[in-house]
Every structure is written in C-alpha cells, then in structure tokens.
Unconditional design. Structure first.
Length: 457
C-alpha cells in the first residue's frame, strides 16, 4: 500500500516533519504537485534542512521522485541538490519526463500579474516562483516539459513558439519592455536554450517515466510515500479560489500527479496533517484569524483589539510562523473545524497528524472555530465560493489551555504523559473528523513526536 501525506489547511502544517517521521519504512518518496513554492523543514540529527523542491525523504537517503504533476525549476533543483551534497548527503532524485519546467519568464509573469492585481487589492500573495504561469502553459498546451530539455531541437521548437507570445503579452498587455526587466534574458530564446539544454544534460541520468518507475518499484516490493505540498484550501479545485495555488494538493492529485492509479492511492493510507491552530501566508478569508483584520473578525466583538494582536504575535513567535520560502510573517488564527471537515471529506483521511501542540502551551484558553454562521444559517463546512466564506462568522468553542511540559520526556513516555487538557483538545479533533490520530507533534524534531500509530504500507 502507499502512504499519502496531505496538508489539511493552508500549507505549513508540518508535512515535512511527518514525511520524515513515517519515512523510515518508505523506500521512495514522491512529490506529486507544486514546485519550489513549498517550504519543508526537516530537522535531522540536530541539523536543519530547508527544502523547497527536493522531497523531504532525501534527507534520510530515500529515492526522491518529482512526479509528472510537479512544475520544476531546474535552477532551484540543482541548487538544492548541490547544497545537500555540500552537507554530506548524496540525494538520489528522479524527475518525471512529463513534469513541466518553470522558465524564467514564468517568474517574471507571476510578479507582473501580482503587481497589476495589487492595484485593486486583488493579489493572491503568491510565492513569486512562477507556479501559476507554468501551470497555465501546461493547460494551454504550450509548456516545456523535462523530456523536452533532453532534446535540444525540441526545446528550441517549443521556445520559438512560446517566447514571442510572452514578449507580446508583456509589451502589448502590460505595456512593459521584456528586455528591460529585473530578470536578465528571461525572454531571449537563445539564452534560454543555452541554459536549459545544459540542465537537460544534467537531468539525463535523473529523468524517468514516473508512473512506470513507481509501479515497478512497488512490484519490486518497495514502499512508496506520496509527499503532499501546500494544503487543501490552496487546492485549485477544492480551495478558496482565486486565493489558491494552481495545482491539486488534495489526495486526488496524488494519483494524477504521480501516475499511480487511483485504486493504488485509495487502497493506501491518506494522512491529513493538521496544525493545532491556523496560519496563512497569502490573501483570502480566514474566519478564525487573530490580529490583522481584528476589527472584522466575527465573534470577537467583545474582546479588545490589542489582546488579539498580542495573542497573534505570541503564537507567531512561539511557532516561528514566518514563511520558509519568502520569510513573510504568517497570519495566524484559531483552529478552523469547518475547514478540517472539508479537508477530510475531499481527501478521505485514514489518519491524522496534529502538529505544533507545544506552540499553544502556556495559553490560558484555546479556542476553536467549531462551526460558521453563514447568512443566518449554521454551516459545518467551507462554502464553495470565497465570497460566501468571507461572510462566514465562526462560532467558537473554548478549551482550557495546557502548560509547557518537558516535551522530550513526554515524547518518550507517550500519549498518557501529555497534559489532560491537551488530550481533550486532540480527542475533540479526532471525534469531529471521525479519524484516528496517528501522531502528535510537540516540537520540530523527529524525536519530538508522540507516535500513536504507524501507517501501514
Ligand atoms: P508548503 O508546502 C503555504 C500559497 C501562497 C499563495 C498561494 C499561491 O510549505 O505548505 P503560488 O506561489 O503557489 O502561486 O501561491 O499559495 N502557498 C503556500 N502557503 N505553504 C505552502 O507550501 C505554499 N505554497 C503556496 O502564499 O497564497
Ligand atoms: Mg511551507
């Protein structure tokens, strides 16, 4: 069976740590969508690794596969591989020939479009990595794939078709000069061809037909883990469009983006990763937000603005809530149960991992948005449009807080050693989602976890 890891919220739920925790039994770890917009932190033997593209399992010496559903910036890929090598690791990375390539002009177009949108406060708050424009070209059947980089003539043909279109877009639609932008040579066919056919040479030994590669690996008895990036509410279909990424982080994406059949992924475990509170880096509604939009945060009229900012700052600092990729301070809020119900339904979680339980320690009370009220009606899940979601007011439940504990000792002693109030909180989450908790994160390291169950391969 396979094990699929899915973010249940807005990204940054601590997926990398769980991949690492349960990666021991895996032989192959696969990214199935997204690109270097992800930021996964893995702490191993006191060393901290920050990865954007290379699957987290690479830190443990697993084979890492970038599936066909990914968009790949070869510059980032080789920077990461080289920096892991410098630190004494020798990552074995395979890249799907069907995966699409992020080209420099995709990044430029990402930032131009965000600038234009920001004039009317419409920006998504993307990571600026060119993710959206690359998936646009994939769907528009004008993209460049990893397989094309291996064949210089094909690469030239593709570039000669697409680059003039992008130049015209920059000039005629945005009124800018493509040769006078921050990014040098982003719209120059020859320069692109030279740089990217060179990547092609380096990729030759890494390129695979991913679906076939993974199917054969399974036939050989290898255990495959599918490593999610981003989160359910960032999913282009199931997230809060348009404040989403351009791919499918939910479990369905794991089949399409890896080439493993739905039955294979569906027969396996799907573990939903939950952060014990909520964080968000980009724009969009957040009914349980603390601070930031305090004045508009429903359910908080009775409390002072200062108190919320203080709480938000406290959690942000305690949880180190700053973007791994961009360094942006994240918005924070209480756990949002309608969001988790939506995520559990969309991906069919067989187990949960709840992270950052230690971050909330020391608070007198901890709240959860249990349901929403939408236009006077109770709503138990996330509505389909962002406009409706914006009108949702959270109805909060309050839990008694739990104290700081010696987390190392708790991890060693197990679940019963965790403060009772924390256990009440966790059992509420598990009951509401009708899904067992497999692991509880009480610190950033692999050892700082309480493991209740192991997913079965
Ligand atoms: P990990 O894997 C959190 C967000 C961006 C923005 C939206 C679209 O670390 O959980 P994009 O650059 O993808 O076009 O941006 O998605 N976003 C993430 N937020 N964690 C991530 O990845 C994210 N990847 C994208 O902030 O709101
Ligand atoms: Mg991240």
């Amino acid at each position: 069976m396979t094990v699929t890891i899915v973010g249940s919220q807005l990204g940054d739920e601590g997926k990398g740590g769980v991949v690492d925790l349960y990666g021991d039994a895996a032989d192959v770890v696969v990214r199935y969508q997204g690109g270097d917009n992800a930021g996964h932190t893995v702490v191993e033997g006191g060393e901290t690794y920050k990865l954007s593209l290379v699957p987290s399992g690479a830190v443990r010496g697993k084979i890492g596969v970038l599936g066909n559903g990914c968009v790949i910036n070869p510059r980032t890929l080789f920077e990461e591989i080289d920096s892991l090598r410098e630190r004494g690791l020798d990552p074995d990375i395979r890249v799907a020939e069907r995966a699409h390539v992020i080209l420099p002009f995709h990044r430029v177009l990402d930032s131009i479009e965000e600038d234009v949108k920001s004039e009317d406060d419409q920006e998504v708050g993307t990571t600026g990595r060119g993710i959206g424009p690359t998936y646009e070209d994939k769907a528009g059947r004008r993209g460049v794939r990893i397989g094309d980089l291996l064949e210089p003539d094909v690469l030239r043909e593709r570039l000669e078709y697409v680059v003039p279109q992008k130049r015209a877009l920059v000039e005629d639609v945005y009124g800018l000069d493509p040769d006078d932008l921050e990014y040098p040579n982003a719209f120059d066919v020859d320069a692109l061809h030279e740089e990217f056919s060179e990547y092609g040479r380096r990729l030759e030994s890494m390129a695979v037909n991913a679906g076939q590669f993974l199917t054969e690996a399974r036939a050989d008895g290898k255990n495959v883990m599918l490593e999610g990036a981003q989160g359910t509410l960032l999913d282009i279909d199931h997230g809060n469009y348009p404040y989403v990424t351009s791919s499918n982080p939910t479990a369905g994406g794991a089949c399409v983006g890896s080439g493993l059949a739905p039955g294979v992924v569906g027969d396996g475990e799907v573990i939903g990763i939950v952060k014990a509170y909520l964080s968000r880096v980009g724009s969009g509604p957040m009914p349980t937000e603390l601070g930031g939009v305090v004045g508009d945060t429903p359910g908080y009229d009775e409390q002072g603005e200062g108190e919320h900012e203080e709480l938000a700052t406290y959690i942000r600092e305690a949880g180190d809530e700053y973007g791994t990729v961009t360094g942006r301070p994240r918005r924070v809020g209480w756990l949002d149960m309608p969001m988790l119900r939506h995520a559990a339904r969309a991906s069919g979680f067989t187990g949960l991992a709840v992270n950052h339980v230690d971050t909330l320690a020391g608070l007198e009370e901890v709240k959860v948005g249990h349901t929403y009220t939408l236009d006077g009606e109770e709503c138990r899940t996330v509505p389909a449009t962002t406009e409706q979601w914006e009108r949702c007011e959270a109805t909060f439940r309050t839990f008694d807080g739990w104290p700081e504990q010696d987390w190392g000792a708790v991890a060693e002693a197990g679940y019963e050693a965790l403060d009772e109030n924390a256990r009440v909180y966790l059992e509420y989450i598990s009951d509401e989602l009708d899904t067992p908790i497999y692991a509880i994160g009480i610190g950033p390291g692999r050892e700082q976890s309480i493991v209740l169950d192991e997913p079965e391969y």
